[in-house]
Design a protein around this ligand. Structure first.
Ligand SMILES: O=P(O)(O)OC[C@H]1O[C@H](OP(=O)(O)OP(=O)(O)O)[C@H](O)[C@@H]1O
Ligand SMILES: Nc1nc2[nH]cnc2c(=O)[nH]1
Ligand SMILES: [Mg+2]
Length: 175
């Protein structure tokens, strides 16, 4: 894919901000009076992590993991590589994984098991985007910003070959 270009705006920053506030109210309701640990999955989730953390009014700590399985391709390698592990002990904690997209489900399936093995009390998933047509592994997603169709999405944290993460909106790659 050499002549890649970015298509039209699919989801604007305003739409994302509004949705983040709605999801934040759901999280506050579900974890009322409890502490939560937000774990942002670098690098894709960087913008969505900020949107969620600044909207949720609860006792909160944050941490980050960096994992990758796509490399410079638009297809998952199927192998999830941990580039940076957690710095927080999550045993007995309410963990909410913050992701940019659930596509094949490989990454989140792996991460959910990883957190459950570390004896988290609860493990929930909050994703900006869900692409159900891409699914290869079944996974329950608790909070979904928007559902997208089967295109390679870029912008608002999501890259193609590390580019386009800085776009302040969601678009897609035009081949
Ligand atoms: O459901 P899946 O098919 O596993 O795809 C979703 C994952 O793929 C992307 O990460 P990537 O591996 O490209 O790393 P990045 O976040 O650094 O871009 C994205 O950020 C998700 O973590
Ligand atoms: N940038 C980007 N990364 C992904 N990882 C899994 N699916 C996608 C996608 O559609 N776009
Ligand atoms: Mg990526």
């Amino acid at each position: 894919m050499s002549n890649d270009t970015v298509g039209n705006v699919m989801i604007t920053q305003e739409q994302i901000s509004k949705r983040a506030a709605e999801i934040a109210r759901e999280i506050e309701k579900d974890f009322c009076g409890q502490q939560i640990v937000l774990v942002g999955i670098l690098r894709g989730a960087v913008m969505w992590m900020v949107d969620i953390m600044k909207n949720v009014d609860l006792d909160m700590v944050i941490d980050f993991m960096s994992v990758s399985s796509y490399g410079s391709s638009t297809k998952s390698s199927g192998i999830v590589k941990i580039n940076k592990d957690l710095d927080t002990d999550i045993e007995g904690k309410n963990v909410i994984i913050i992701e940019d997209i659930v596509d094949s489900g490989t990454t989140l399936n792996y991460l959910k098991g990883y957190f459950e093995n570390r004896d988290a009390k609860t493990v929930k998933i909050c994703t900006l985007l869900d692409k159900p047509e891409g699914r290869r592994v079944e996974i329950d997603v608790d909070y979904i910003g928007f559902t997208v169709d089967d295109r390679f999405i870029v912008g608002y944290g999501l890259d193609y070959d590390q580019k386009y993460r800085n776009l302040p909106y969601i678009s897609y790659l035009e081949e």
